[in-house]
Design a protein. Structure first.
Length: 463
């Protein structure tokens, strides 16, 4: 439950209301502190604090010896929510932009994160209380180049449970999982290089590689991993510098890399100059750990990255890189050059949350909720004639084919008009061969309106 507004909040709201309704325009003098206090039946100190907060925000200005005045220019009469961009091309950033920009009331079965009340907010609150009592240096100082030692030690132990042998000197903290991948790309790639990605794969890889001006080649992803025949041909034909893939649970398909495919893939890579980025952001959703390329390879040509934005908090941005020592040395220099000390406060919060006694129980509960949500979503899609490509045992996602070859981009635009954000398949596909596929996030698929809107869109002929 939200707390009732304080007296200070009430004064702030009253001032804002008069400004937004144009009762007090730019340059208007506000009632004196004493007059405002008398009018609202609060103390003078309450009004002083409210006025100071409004002044700090730039809403009002203080003039010495004269009082407080409304700052200009005038605000719009109504701060209406921005409407979703229905005309935006369905490119790799379409799902992200629609999920982040649409009004709060929109439903988002296509987004890549869980509802906020599924995340570990209780652990974060405990962490924030601990941080509030911490030494001031932890709140305001820069972090060391590699990042918080305590968190790197925790990550070292977590990696060991997956068979990844990494010393603390082989672990570098980053601002997020995306920042970790970007750092590696900056370090390894130059414009024109060839990079392999799974097809389909996480759409932000495509956007990032485009920004790095490299040539991305899609490798079809099967139920047990990448198509090794196509992978081998790509190694011969374009001498790729990098291959980016998911560890554990694959995004968007939910597939799991098999041990056989993992060994064969590394055997093919051994005879090339290929380096592999293994993105392990969904590790804590697994029921049983899948093979990790970094474990089989010993961090020789595999770089392991991850973060906790999907399980703990997307607001406390913190990721990591595990790699061989000489690469970590170069990546550390690159990190200092581009972001300097890093998110010290976020690292402390993630460390507290990961080592909190409740995190393991929290993730057990999340996995149970996801299993129930997956069953529910499977029932709903099948009622609409939508076919799952795979029925995963764990994770957030279902990769599904629409009936009758329907164009997922057209369906997504129709759903967006009715307040539902759907993730069309070609946003994930380098080859653009997933036009009739969509990705569902089962944790975001509980509202019946989603299926009503989607059913209506499927019945509407694409124009």
């Amino acid at each position: 439950m939200s707390r009732p507004p304080s007296r200070i909040d009430s004064v702030i709201h009253a001032v804002r209301s008069r400004i937004s309704s144009r009762l007090d325009g730019p340059g208007s003098r506000l009632p004196s502190v004493r007059a405002q206090a008398t009018a609202m039946g609060v103390s003078v100190s309450t009004v002083v604090e409210a006025y100071e907060r409004l002044a700090a925000e730039g809403v009002i200005v203080a003039r010495a010896g004269s009082g407080f005045y409304v700052a200009g220019p005038a605000a719009p009469l109504a701060l209406a929510e921005m409407e979703p961009r229905l005309d935006r091309a369905v490119d790799p950033l379409w799902v992200s932009r629609q999920s982040l920009e649409t009004p709060p009331g929109h439903l988002k079965p296509g987004c890549g994160w869980m509802p906020s009340d599924w995340l570990y907010h209780d652990g974060l609150r405990r962490g924030l209380r601990r941080m509030a009592r911490a030494d001031s240096a932890q709140l305001v100082d820069y972090a060391g180049p590699l990042g918080l030692p305590a968190l790197r030690q925790t990550l070292q132990r977590r990696a060991a449970t997956l068979g990844i042998d990494a010393s603390m000197e082989q672990l570098l903290l980053a601002e997020s999982g995306t920042h970790a991948v970007d750092l590696v790309c900056r370090f390894l790639l130059k414009p024109g290089d060839c990079v392999l990605v799974d097809d389909p794969s996480y759409f932000n890889y495509h956007a990032m590689l485009k920004a790095h001006q490299v040539q991305a080649i899609g490798i079809p992803y099967m139920h047990t991993g990448p198509d090794l025949q196509v992978f081998a041909s790509a190694l011969q034909e374009c001498a790729p510098r990098l291959y980016i893939t998911n560890a554990g649970l694959h995004n968007p398909t939910g597939a799991v890399l098999s041990a056989t495919t993992a060994h064969r893939l590394l055997g093919l890579a051994e005879h090339s100059e290929l380096i592999i980025i293994e993105d392990d952001i969904f590790a804590d959703f697994e029921l049983r750990p899948a093979p990790r390329l970094a474990a089989l390879d010993g961090l020789s040509r595999v770089i392991h990255v991850g973060s906790f934005s999907k399980t703990i908090s997307a607001a406390s941005r913190c990721g990591y890189i595990a790699a061989r020592p000489d690469w970590i040395e170069a990546l550390t220099d690159l990190k200092l050059a581009t972001s300097f000390g890093g998110g010290h406060l976020a690292a402390h919060l993630i460390q507290i949350a990961l080592t909190d006694s409740g995190y393991r129980r929290h993730m057990q509960a999340v996995r149970t909720r996801l299993a129930d949500a997956r069953k529910h979503t499977l029932r709903q899609v099948q009622k609409l004639g939508i076919t799952p490509w795979l029925q995963p045992d764990a994770g957030l996602f279902l990769w599904c084919q629409l009936p009758d070859g329907r164009d997922a981009s057209a369906v997504a635009r129709q759903c967006l008009r009715d307040g539902v954000v759907v993730a069309p398949g070609n946003a994930f596909s380098q080859s653009q061969r997933a036009a009739d596929y969509v990705r569902f996030n089962v944790s975001q698929c509980q509202d019946p309106k989603i299926w009503q809107v989607l059913g209506k869109a499927l019945q509407t002929r694409a124009r």
